[in-house]
Each structure stands twice: as C-alpha cells, then as structure tokens.
Unconditional design. Structure first.
Lengths: 213, 213
DNA sequence: GATTGTGAATTATTTCACAGCT
DNA sequence: AGCTGTGAAATAATTCACAATC
C-alpha cells in the first residue's frame, strides 16, 4: 500500500473518513466513477483538497474520468486500517456505553467489542449480546486474555485517568475517551477525546458572536 | 466584554473550553492564580499558546503573577456564551438521546432541554424528567413555542438532513449532529458534527501506521 | 525574579494553476 | 474536453523571543 513517511494531519484523516462514507453512498446509488468535485460536494470540502488528500497516499484516479468508486473504497479502507478486525473493550456500562454498544457501525467496520467492564455489582454478570459484563477488578487479566487493542472509556471523569493508565499498562494502544478528563499518557498511545461540553460550547460561542448582529 | 472582529478558529475555541475546565479544577483545589504554564500542562497545550489564545480576547493576567483563577473563569464563561441559558431540543429519544439527557453537564452549564421529539408512538407521551416526548409532527409548533435555539440530532442518518432543514426553517440557529449524515444548511446556521465512525477510524489509522514498527 | 502580552519567525495547511493523461 | 496529480503561492496556526509589568 502507498504509505508516505511524512506526518499525516488529523484533519486529513478525518476527511479520508468522510470520503469513504461519501463513496459508500455513491456505490449504493450505482455510481462507478466519482470526480474530486463530486466527492468534495458530498464530504463538505473542495475539489483540490480531495485530490491533494488522496495523492498523499497514491494515484487512485483516472485523468479525465475521476476516481473508480469501488476500488477507491478498498484503498481508503486499507489506508484507514479497516481491512482487519480490531478488538475493543468498553469501560463503563452506563447509558453512553449502552448507546455505543448497540451502534451497528461497530460490527460493520470490524470494531469487535470483546469485553465490557463496570464496577456496579448489579451490572456485573449481565450480558449485552454475547458479552458478559465483568468487574473492573478483572481489567488486566481480561484485557490480556482477549488481546484488546482499543479501549473506549465511558466512565465518570474522576476514575478515568487511573483507568487509562491501567489499560495502557495492560498493553492497549489506543483510547477513545468520552470522560470529561484529560488523560496524560505515554506518546506511543493514541488518544482521541470526545467531549460533549466542548461541542456544545462551540455552538454557544458561535451563536453568541453571530446573534448580536 | 472584549470581542475581536477577526475570525476565531475552531481550535482556539476548543482550547478555551479546555482552559475553562482546567481552571475549574484549579478553583476546586483552592488555587487563586494560575500561570500560562500551569494551564497549558492541564489543558494539553503550550504556555505561549495559552497566552496567545487569551490575549485574543483581552488582557486577563498579571505579569509576574499569572491569571486570577476565579475572574478568568468568569471571563471565559462570558466569551463562550455560558452566562445565559440556551434552549435546547433533542430530536430522537433513543439510546443516544437518553444518554445525553441524563448528562448533568446540560443543567450545570445552562443548556436547558425544553423539548424532546421522536416518531415512535410508543415513546410519544412518555416523560423524561419534566419534559414530555412529542411526536416529530409537532416539531415546528413546539420549536417556535419553546423558542428553541439549539437542536441536537440523535436520529438515524436517513431522516437527518430533512429534519435539519425543518429545524432551521423553524428558526433554530445551531445544530449538534450525532447522525452520520452531512447536513447542507445556510451559512448562518452553526453546525457541529460528532461522528463516532470518524473517531474510531482516527484510532485505527494511527494504530495501523504505528504498529508495524 | 517571574510571568504576561505580542510582533516577528516559523511551520502547517489550504488553495491555486496548469501540465499531463485518458 | 474533462479531470487528475502536484509544485508553487497564499493563507492560517503555532512557536519564539523579548520588552513591559508586577
């Protein structure tokens, strides 16, 4: 696969993800080729940006014709690391955990939830689909036994940093953090924070500045 | 309040939100002053970045001493538009909607959920706390009656774009979109997308590039 | 002595323009 | 004729360095 050495920015990867979703919609509608302009329109960016982004990883298009939809889907899946299965653990079996667990995207894209943890004795032992909720005390042994690679934190802010440390020491390489707490982890660990407060504050900031027109 | 005319980037606003949370932690621990270095450490950025960000909106610090914690909290709340109440509607009373509705941040920060909609007759009429779930057919009248300013979409991808259009025509100025669909809306509408697929793909991309070391 | 506020320098990202295929 | 791929130009964001102030 074409894989440049230079650093790829987060915004580029986010756009690649958007292109993939646009291409899947195009495939569903029967399109065989897609121009950079068409992809840009659907993904909410510009045609030169699409070409630049894709050209970072290779030459996927045909001049005069555009990009072949199905092959480009395959290429983007390979670039994004979606051609293999990822073993995922859910830490926190509350409402956010439940919402994530039922989200069909996980299975569709090969993110397989192989372990669920909570510290509530009422919840431990319950099964969500095929997965039994384990007590957080069993974290290390289960993570190792299940060869978990990605952890999703949907616990309260207070326990999040300590749990993240434990998870990393148990060999997990990536964390998706829904807890409103900053995690300080070694640089080789990939961390991605999703913070509802921040997302809403972005809206209230923008509204505040635009409203007093 | 100091309010510059030039455009403020999204990343700046995200950092302001992070500073606010850091300051609240500092306040809880009894600190009266905080240096840019301390804020940077907690918010995960650099000291010059903190100073640059804050200086965009005014001069909040004391040279040689740092920033006064409590007053700066107030200033950031004012900048982010958190000193007033925002009237919010939830579209979609599924698991994601339920998770958001119970999130305590909403009330703490003045985001008041004044309307909840779903199209499932089983759900319409149920009450979540003080709010009765209304049928989506009543969208326009309820949004207007409740003077809703922010809509949160937790519906499936298919109906999302049409619902967003309706919501905007009913006068809503900002949308937080959890549906995996791109919304094309007039430029005066503030849209913020939260896409779980994208967040996970960011992790799998990074893992894929780092693992084959 | 410590730390802010900020113009200047640097680095990163996006946009442009056009040569090169199909 | 249409559209990609890409080096060059323009713009944006971050980092630096240091004078100003407490």
């Amino acid at each position: 696969m074409p894989s440049p050495d230079r650093k790829i920015s987060e915004s580029t990867v986010r756009r690649l993800s958007a292109y993939l979703r646009s291409l899947e919609a195009l495939e569903a509608s029967g399109a065989e080729m897609a121009s950079s302009g068409e992809l840009a329109r659907r993904a909410g960016t510009t045609a030169p940006q699409v070409r630049k982004d894709l050209s970072t990883f290779g030459s996927f298009g045909k001049r005069g014709l555009g990009y072949p939809v199905v092959p480009l889907i395959g290429s983007l899946e390979a670039i994004l690391g979606l051609t293999r299965e990822w073993r995922v653990a859910l830490l926190g079996a509350g409402r956010v955990g439940a919402a994530l667990h039922t989200y069909p995207f996980f299975r569709e894209r090969g993110f397989r939830i192989v372990a669920i943890f909570d510290n509530d004795p009422e919840k431990v032992g319950l099964r969500w689909d095929d997965t039994t909720i384990r007590h957080i005390d069993e974290l290390e042994s289960v993570l190792a036994g299940e060869a978990v690679e990605i952890a999703i934190l949907t616990v309260p802010a207070a326990p999040a940093p300590a749990l993240a440390d434990r998870v990393v020491r148990a060999g997990v390489g990536a964390i998706l953090n829904f807890a409103p707490a900053r995690l300080e982890l070694p640089p080789h660990v990939v961390v991605n924070e999703v913070n509802l407060a921040m997302e809403l504050e972005l809206l209230s900031f923008a509204l505040t500045r635009s409203e007093p027109r």
